[in-house]
Design a protein around this ligand. Structure first.
Ligand code: AMP
Ligand code: ZN
Length: 110
């Protein structure tokens, strides 16, 4: 956790990444390699490796991620048209950065 983790650095404000939202628990920024017109990453500030590593004490962080998704959908104008929320879990699930994050993808023409 921390030193070698890109998303810890981003969430800690150590990079020039622009946040679309920041709360006590979560930051939201655009994916650098978007696969859809809207492709955001919703990232807890706390270092958690993946969904596999969640514990009961992470419950508030999970709530914060979903509420951030709800609000970002409105902000990005995709709440009505729809979007996907995806967690990639471990290598076989496509996870490349081992700091928990949720993808929000959407904005396709409907
Ligand atoms: P995953 O495959 O679920 O681990 O997703 C990691 C995502 O992080 C990929 O979609 C990358 O495009 C994205 N990514 C990697 N580095 C950055 C960065 N510096 N800023 C924003 N997104 C990034
Ligand atoms: Zn981290």
């Amino acid at each position: 956790m921390g030193d070698d983790c890109l998303f810890c650095k981003i969430a800690g404000g150590e990079t020039d990444t622009d946040f679309l939202m920041e709360t006590d628990d979560v930051v939201v920024f655009r994916d650098i390699n978007p696969i859809a017109p809207v492709h955001l990453l919703l990232v807890p500030k706390r270092h958690i490796r993946s969904v596999n590593d969640l514990t009961e004490e992470d419950s508030p962080v999970l709530s914060a991620l979903l509420f951030a998704a709800r609000d970002m959908a409105v902000q990005m104008g995709v709440d009505a048209t729809g979007y996907k929320l995806i967690f990639n879990v471990e290598k076989g699930g496509g996870q490349e950065i081992f700091h928990l994050h949720m993808h929000m993808i959407g904005g396709w023409e409907s």
